[in-house]
Design a protein around this ligand. Structure first.
Ligand code: BGC
Length: 350
């Protein structure tokens, strides 16, 4: 009896050890907790990875590049089998990624491309150019640029220059609007049109707000009409909106503000009439796709990608899976955000 018990115990221990050896360890490095979306992205992925039996080491780097490097180093030291990284500065992780490559650890660039490295295996994101296209097309239609005869005034705010996505968003939108600028139908009174002039380091709401304060003081102090502000995402849109409110713009004369992410604060602004639209990127979809990619990598199967031409990181064109971004405004937010279970009514204060 005693012998049987020992044999059984041994069997259980061997099985447990085998099981532990099988529980792949995934290191997830997110840029910051200060923006809503990265908290959601991190939480969604952790939940899904754990649901398929993986161990997760989830870290947020507080928008601090050195901290992100050391967090990824620790993930490698702690035995990560796969790394999923959304970089603060896409080009800053080369050294630590080279170590990952030496150790044979596959790396997935999450939402933001890892630049200037051959140590990235795959990229998963939303179609970033399409995000900008949706914003630009929205302004063309909402301002009725094809039919109106009086010129409209707009200003432009873009994202962080160290994030490869920022130029895609900007370009997608500007390609829609540039023909109207060239035709004189759209005027940018500040004269700031180039990406470098309109970029917002770290996508900071405060920086976007401060820049807008200056633009208003320099160009709109005499009550000139401002029809729209093209903002690449919700954090910059929030800064711009706060600036406009601070400068006394009323709801009746509020410019059309674009955004991206459907953050709670911005969706509330859409409901209140202070933001015209946003672009919904369902982080659940992206998380799900990345979990699939990692499962395929770990089980040695082919990884599904749908774009092998767009995302050149300076060293090679990284095989990519693009999810589809969706236009969101006052008319469809309930269906997109509430009925889909993304937010509750309470979260949006309705
Ligand atoms: C993401 C956007 C986000 C921005 C700021 C970009 O890389 O694609 O969804 O708004 O970073 O965090």
């Amino acid at each position: 009896m005693k012998k049987l018990f020992s044999v059984l115990l041994l069997a259980v221990l061997v099985l447990a050890a085998a099981n532990t050896a099988f529980a792949a360890r995934i290191g997830i490095s997110m840029p910051t907790q200060s923006l809503q979306r990265w908290n959601q992205d991190g939480a969604n992925m952790k939940e899904r990875f754990e649901a398929v039996g993986y161990e997760v080491d989830l870290q947020f780097a507080n928008n601090n590049v050195a901290l992100q490097v050391s967090q990824v180093e620790n993930m490698i030291l702690n035995g990560a089998d796969v790394l999923v990284i959304s970089a603060i500065d896409g080009a800053s992780l080369g050294g630590v990624l080279a170590v990952a490559k030496d150790e044979g650890i596959p790396v997935i660039a999450y939402d933001r491309l890892l630049m200037e490295t051959d140590a990235v295996s795959y990229y998963a994101t939303f179609d970033n150019y399409m995000v900008g296209t949706i914003q630009g097309k929205y302004l063309v239609e909402a301002l009725d640029l094809d039919n109106r005869t009086d010129p409209v005034n707009i200003e432009i705010t873009a994202g962080s220059p160290d994030d490869n996505n920022a130029r895609f968003f900007y370009q997608g939108a500007i390609d829609q609007i540039m023909p109207y600028i060239e035709a004189g139908k759209v005027v940018v009174p500040s004269g700031q049109i180039e990406f470098e002039q309109v970029a917002t380091l770290e996508w900071s709401s405060e920086r976007a707000q401060a820049r807008m304060d200056n633009l208003i003081a320099a160009n709109y102090a005499g009550g000139q009409k401002l029809h729209a502000v093209l903002c690449s995402n919700d954090s910059t849109a929030l800064g711009v909106t706060n600036s406009l409110l601070g400068a006394g713009f009323t709801k009746e004369e509020f410019p059309l503000i674009t955004g991206q992410d459907c953050d709670i604060a911005n969706t509330k602004n859409i409901i209140a009439g202070y933001q015209a639209m946003s672009v919904f990127k369902d982080t659940r979809t992206l998380a799900e796709q990345v979990v699939k990619m990692v499962q395929a990598i770990i089980s040695g199967q082919e990884v599904e990608v749908n774009d092998t031409t767009t995302y050149d990181n300076g060293v090679f064109v990284v095989p990519t899976y693009l999810c589809e971004p969706v236009f969101a405004d006052i008319n469809n937010f309930e269906e997109l955000l509430i009925e889909s279970g993304y937010y509750t009514r309470e979260q949006l204060g309705i």
